[in-house]
Design a protein around this ligand. Sequence first.
Ligand code: HEM
Length: 364
Amino acid sequence: MRRDKHLRLLVTYIIFLLAANSFSSLLGEAASEKNTKKGGDQNGDQNVAAVPPAQASKLRYNHYRTTRCSKVESVVTTEVTKRSKRDPTLIAALLRLFFHDCFANKQCDASLLIKKMPKNEKTELHSGSNVGIKGLAFMDYLKTKVVESCNGSNIVSCADILALAARDAYVLASKRPAYPVLLGRLDGMVSLVKDADSLPGARTPINTIVSVFKDAGFTTEEAVILSGAHTIGEAKCKFFNDRLHNFLNTKKPDRTMDPALVEQLKKICPNMTANLESPAFLDQGTRRVFDKSYFVQVTRQRGVLQSDQNLFANAATKQFVTGLASGTEENFLSKFEKAMAKLGNLGATTNYKGNIRRVCSVLN
Ligand code: HEM
């Protein structure tokens, strides 16, 4: 009898513990949702299927499936496809935007899109690496289209929209099936120029580039693979004109650039002071197609940026360039997709303070 009583007490105690635990986690979720609402304007619509409280640490496929925004992926795909037909430069712009956003503070939080901070602090957009970066207005437009398609609910973060738009840009240029994108990111509430200053530039030494990637959790091979994004898009003369006219103050071209390419590019960038903003294709092989041609060009000394060509001058990176150039398209593209997915997960475990911005370029 006594033993039975003890057993009953024990079972009651365990049930009590379990109940208390789930109650406190319910409370936690409610608080988290409240915080999101406070900062992020989730519309307060009681009829909307419950949005799982967005948490930077819990990205999921189909994050919006049970919400009013269940069609977000197709909306983004439609809009990116439509606009890029009118303006093919959008594809490269979206890929670069995504990389610069994710790398700046190692968080894919759309902080790059913020134009102004409350105390006028300089934002990521003020960084030299981001001067003239394209695609900002399109992101604001895309956000309005997404909200419209969600019957006015502001549920999808700009960070998620950017991750989807970059994926779609890649799919359009590579003609590959869409790779799945984890969703549920929050939009960052801070954008500071210092966070973007670590972004690599055209004249950043190769060792520094490798270590910047390493700091963000990427291997040397992944750094090379992601650089393959330069298979599309353009660079302005100011980023490579020294290689044509006055490399390392020698008043001569860079000897690691194919002389035929030097002559070709001189037509766009005739000297060190003219046409500084004129663009040249980064991949002089297949210009608007997402393929391994960039690596083939680099092995032929036809990389446009010094940072591109340096990938072939450094023993650690050269082996990967050679492998990607001689491998199949499938080899490069499948590796690129994996690296892009990894890029999109930056910040996923940091639980940064975030919300859902109403306008991507403006803090709520
Ligand atoms: C490895 C270090 C990298 C360096 C040093 C670098 C540097 C640059 C520079 C200087 C430009 C030309 C910008 C201009 O003329 O305004 C550029 C363009 C571009 N970058 Fe990178 N980049 C790097 C990695 C990446 C990565 C990892 C991606 C994407 C995953 C990327 C995507 C692009 C694209 C698509 C363009 C063309 C943009 C356009 O045409 O609008 N870059 N990059």
